[in-house]
Design a protein around this ligand. Structure first.
Ligand code: ACM
Ligand code: ZN
Length: 557
């Protein structure tokens, strides 16, 4: 944390009166936290927030709104077979006041702090949160949310008692992200907003929004209306496990897409919560829904249907024809208008080259470009698309297969087939986001014996909370290459996840590990982490009625 001499002195003075205690638990673990023995009473009916600057007022309103309990206390029976508790904890109503005097919570900017950094002090004067920017204040408010949920009511019920404390905090990684696959199954605008709320509570700052797939194209593109008219609906869906011939198909069309107005609404909602939305437009693979809409995009040019089962398709974009590039550039023009993010994710994973070997246009392209293997066609496409996007002021992210077709130094590599792709990319100088399947694929099972534990049918794998928490993003990297690791992401692929209840069940509490591994500078033991998750995140999930898996709290590791 960047600290001026003055702040350093006052921090040291505070340190003299504060002791290291842990009555309050925060996840992710703050850079520095001290509690003292004083008890501060805050009103339990209404908390008044004052923002010293205009830009902060909006954030204060957004936080006040976000603190409202949305579920009635009781239990919720889930489709997954689990019962979720919604606690009867009630938090004070939060109101934003124009007057600094008498405010319980005071928000201000302190430019000596790093952009996402904040300090939070609870004293007899109330709560003071200072941030390096609005974003820093917002993360401070997320810590305060956790503190309020843990506050004990006084015996007369009129106040909440919290210990005096001082926190200095800032994130380790600038990119802290969750990916939601809205293609295999579709989630409504309200559900995506709730996902953003959950992301924010974990101090993650990015939603990677997976919007195009073999099984459904989910974003309206004005120039190509058939992408949503045809490409957003599959005729039916595979029942049970992929490859299990005994289970068949459900015979029911399945679809959904986001209009451009809805996309703008979601991007705005996320921005108000200091979260960037990065769209993923897949190329050259995972594109069957686009091919079904406009068959001239594929090498064979005919007989495509939006896919009804899972796995990898041989049918991908034709890289030989110029019409494919015209299409992709037109799509990206609209996408860039909708998403202010610095990055656009262009996919790049799981694109077999078999169609390119027999396509005269692709073969012609190889000859013209002097390419000796079909695989290099992918590199050709991505380089062209990258320079197109660069000219529009955007940068690209691609899954780690982009390393195989020849990648520019300026592309960011998202390492998903374990950490190895990321390690290779960092060593050759590319920026990296670590999203390894063996640590952060949240569609994987959470226990070693999923059937016996009653886990809902899943894609496989085994990633308990302890495994997520054990991830070391710097493994095998020296000081110099470490700087290329820009962050960490968890992915929720939804082939087997049909409902938003189930999404939450897969992500919580594993998001807590994602949060801590990406935010906190140092780690303690798993047991220490779990005790903090149990004390802070579990009641938070129960307060808001978010659905979480019970396994880690029941001792699974
Ligand atoms: C991926 O899981 N195919 C990126
Ligand atoms: Zn072709």
């Amino acid at each position: 944390m960047k600290l001026t001499g003055k702040i350093l002195l006052s921090a040291m003075a505070l340190a003299a009166t504060f002791t290291q205690m842990s009555a309050i638990s925060i996840v992710p673990k703050p850079s520095r936290m001290m509690e003292n023995r004083s008890i501060v009473h805050l009103p339990s009916d209404r908390l008044k927030v004052h923002a010293s600057e205009k830009g902060l007022k909006q954030t204060a309103f957004v936080w006040a709104e976000s603190m409202k309990k949305t579920c009635n206390p009781g239990t919720v029976q889930l489709e997954t077979g689990f019962t979720q508790i919604v606690s009867d904890v009630r938090l004070p109503e939060i109101t934003v006041t124009g007057k600094a005097k008498g405010a319980d919570i005071r928000l201000s900017i302190d430019s000596s702090l790093s952009e996402e950094g904040y300090t939070l002090e609870i004293s007899q004067q109330g709560v003071a949160i200072k941030g390096g920017s609005v974003t820093g204040v917002w993360w401070g408010l997320q810590s305060l949310t956790q503190i309020l949920v843990q506050a004990a009511p006084t015996s007369d019920g009129r106040c909440m008692a919290v210990s005096g404390l001082y926190i200095e905090d800032q994130p380790h990684f600038a990119y802290r992200s969750a990916m939601l696959d809205c293609c295999r199954h579709f989630f409504s605008v309200d559900e995506v907003k709730k996902y953003i709320d959950i992301i924010a509570l974990h101090k993650l700052n990015t939603l990677h929004w997976h919007l195009t797939e073999d099984q459904g194209w989910r974003i309206e593109i004005k120039k190509y209306p058939l992408l949503t008219e045809i490409g957003s609906v599959r005729p039916e869906t595979k029942i049970g496990l992929y490859g299990d011939k005994s289970t068949g198909y459900d015979g029911t069309p399945y679809g959904g897409y986001y209009t451009q107005d809805q996309v703008r609404e979601i991007v705005r909602y996320a921005a108000e919560r200091q979260i960037t939305v990065i769209p993923e437009i897949e190329m050259p693979g995972h594109a069957v829904a686009a091919l079904a809409s406009y068959p001239w995009l594929g090498c064979t040019g005919k007989d495509y249907t939006v896919r009804t089962d899972w796995g990898i398709s041989k049918d991908v974009f034709c890289i030989g024809r110029e019409s494919t590039f015209e299409f992709l550039e037109n799509v990206l023009d609209e996408v860039c208008e909708l998403f202010p993010s610095e990055y656009i994710h262009i996919g790049g994973d799981e694109a077999p080259s078999v169609r390119w070997t027999t396509c005269p246009d692709c073969q012609k392209r190889m000859k013209e470009e002097g390419l000796t293997a079909e695989r290099e066609l992918q590199g050709y496409l991505l380089k062209r698309i990258e320079s197109y996007l660069n000219a529009k002021g955007k940068k690209i992210i691609g899954w780690d297969e982009i390393l195989e077709g020849g990648v520019t130094r300026t592309a960011t590599v998202m390492s998903w087939r374990g950490p190895q792709g990321g390690i290779t990319a960092a060593k050759q100088g590319n920026n990296v986001i670590m999203s390894p399947n063996n640590y952060f694929y949240l569609d994987y099972y959470q226990t070693a014996a999923p059937k016996e534990n009653g886990e809902p049918l899943g894609i496989g794998g085994y990633v308990p909370l302890s495994k997520c928490y054990s991830f070391d993003p710097y493994d095998q990297l020296d000081e110099e290459t470490r700087q290329h690791i820009k962050g960490i992401q968890a992915n929720t692929w939804t082939e087997y996840i049909k409902t938003f209840d189930h999404v939450q069940f897969m992500d919580l509490p594993r998001f807590a590990a994602l949060s801590e591994v990406s935010w906190s500078e140092s780690k303690d033991s798993y047991d220490e982490f779990l005790s903090r998750v149990t004390a802070s995140m579990k009641p938070l999930y129960e307060y808001f009625g978010f659905i979480y898996a019970p396994y880690a709290f029941n001792g699974v590791r």
